[in-house]
Design a protein around this ligand. Structure first.
Ligand code: ADP
Ligand code: MG
Length: 138
């Protein structure tokens, strides 16, 4: 099934000039880049985006970090895109990430883990809508 999913290159990825490598990987994996924008997110925008994690011990660290520098938000489209993107990303903690995954290759620690990806169809729909109007997705 063709799906769309939200991907974010986090501040540690943009800071280390990894945008091209990560976007190339997605295209090589057969995804279309259906939308893409470099953005500086406000703390409030990040808090809304990660609302499901409110109350967790790492929430403040996560939201401060995600608003600390520019990110690249993208819509990836392709076969089974939601699960396949999660597989390409690898585990949340790079110590647990499989060989060849983006987080194994690039992530620094469980917080600065370089990429975000929607984890379910409902999350993908909400997260894509959070950043992109339908008219900005091609
Ligand atoms: P994922 O990004 O793999 O879906 P989660 O949704 O569980 O992971 O967490 C969202 C993000 O919060 C993670 O990608 C990571 O940046 C951060 N995070 C999760 N757990 C921790 C933790 N224990 N300490 C610091 N940051 C964390
Ligand atoms: Mg998640």
């Amino acid at each position: 099934m063709i799906q769309s999913t939200l991907s974010i290159i986090k501040p540690d990825g943009t800071q280390r000039n990894l945008i091209g490598k990560i976007v190339s990987r997605f295209e090589e994996e057969g995804f279309e880049i259906a939308a893409m924008e470099k953005r500086q997110l406000s703390l409030r925008e990040v808090e809304g985006f990660y609302a499901e994690h409110k109350g967790r011990g790492f929430f403040e660290e996560l939201t401060t970090y995600m608003s600390s520098g520019p990110v690249v938000v993208m819509v990836l489209r392709g076969e089974n895109a939601i699960d396949r993107n999660r597989q390409i990303m690898g585990a949340t903690n790079p110590k647990d990430a499989a060989e060849g995954t983006l987080r194994k290759l690039y992530a620094q620690d469980i917080g600065m883990n370089t990429v975000h990806g929607s984890d379910s169809p409902a999350a993908a729909e909400r997260e894509i809508g959070y950043f992109f109007p339908k008219t900005a997705i091609f």
